[in-house]
Design a protein around this ligand. Structure first.
Ligand code: ATP
Length: 239
């Protein structure tokens, strides 16, 4: 069998002496959308930050495409296809929409491929395309989220780490963002690790889910099972 795209083995990490992540284990394959769910403080953001090299693991292993990621700096991870969209989005308000998008492709070496990606991203997000000469700070929250997503897609990721894309968005816009994510996945085989407080919307887009509690992954299951199995939902998601 081929290696999973991402394999996390007994991962431990934190910000000081006390670990936040404790023996986290899970795997995901190409083209899979995995939701990471769990209460505030469960360690979801820390998991993404550790996977993208911003927090150093204190134990365990992260294998991306069969290769260990330990100590690989974040910009090199982007070249290898692992792109992180942090909570709060991080678009640069003073730059135009088009400039923000180009920044996402800055690590690429194939200029023709980059131009193709720009066309594809503008195609995927027509609202963004219409406003590409505007400064990013003029966009609405939903448009900024789409811009952040578009900028990440410009790097042609194989795995996107997406933190709370629904934060501050109206439900209709959240649904739109989730649908676009699925559309891009279907077209490119992108894998997404999606951290979400909005459990319903995450389960509507994900194939699988990992539920975290107190720094551990306490259950992994197909998203449909978590959606439909009342006992599982009660036990792990509290509704
Ligand atoms: P939320 O949805 O509230 O962001 P989360 O599941 O993403 O929750 P984390 O943000 O990963 O959880 O936080 C996990 C734990 O790590 C919390 O106890 C938090 O206080 C602590 N923590 C997070 N960031 C830092 C930091 N920069 N320095 C020290 N402790 C931190």
């Amino acid at each position: 069998m081929s290696d999973p795209l991402l394999k996390v083995e007994d991962l431990t990490a934190g910000y000081g002496a006390a670990p936040v992540l404790r023996d986290v284990r899970f795997a995901m394959s190409d083209g899979q959308i995995t939701a990471v769910l769990g209460a505030n403080g469960a360690g979801k953001t820390t998991l993404l930050r550790t996977l993208s090299g911003l927090v150093r693991p204190t134990g365990g292993r992260i294998l991306f495409d069969g290769e260990p990621l330990d100590g690989v700096p974040p910009h090199r991870l982007v070249r290898r296809g692992l792109v992180h969209v942090p909570e709060g989005r991080g678009v640069i308000g003073e730059l135009t929409v088009a400039e923000n998008l180009r920044l996402g492709g800055v690590w690429r070496r194939d200029r023709a491929g980059e131009a193709r990606s720009l066309a594809e991203v503008l195609d995927l997000f027509p609202e963004i395309a219409r406003r590409r000469r505007h400064a990013a700070h003029q966009l609405s929250g939903g448009e900024r989220q789409m811009l952040a997503l578009g900028r990440a897609l410009m790097a042609r990721p194989r795995l996107l780490l997406l933190d709370e894309p629904s934060l501050g968005l109206a439900p209709r816009i959240t649904a739109q963002v989730m649908a676009l994510l699925r559309q891009w996945r279907d077209a490119t085989g992108l894998a997404v690790l999606l951290v979400e407080q909005n459990v319903r919307s995450a389960l509507s887009v994900a194939d699988n889910a990992a539920v975290m509690s107190l720094g551990r992954v306490v259950v992994t299951a197909p998203a449909a099972q978590l959606r439909d199995d009342e006992d599982l939902r009660h036990t792990y998601l509290g509704f």
